[in-house]
Design a protein. Sequence first.
Length: 110
Amino acid sequence: MEAATSDAQHAEMLERINQFNILRESNATLRADCENYAKRSRELDAKLQALSAELEPAKEQARVAQAELQARDAQITRLEGESRRWQERNAQLLSKVRVNNFNFFQADVA
C-alpha cells in the first residue's frame, strides 16, 4: 500500500515538476516577447518623433501660405469693391458729360 501511495506521490510530483517547467518556459518566452515589444515600441516612438520634427516645417509653411491666401482674398475683395465704386463714379461722370455735351450742342443749334 505504501508503495502505491509512494508511486502516486511520485507521479504527482513529476506532474508538478513538468507543469513548473512549462510555466518557467512560458514565462521566459513572455519576458522575451515583452522585451522585443518594448524595444519595438521605443524604435517606433523615436521614428514618430523624427517624422514629427521633419513634418513641422511643412506645417508652418502651410500655416503661412494659408494666412497669405486669406490676406490676398481680403485684398481682392477690397479691390473689387473699389473697382466697382470707380466704375459707378465713371458712369456718373460720363452721364453728366453726355448731358452737358447735349445741352452745349442744343445751345449752339438754337
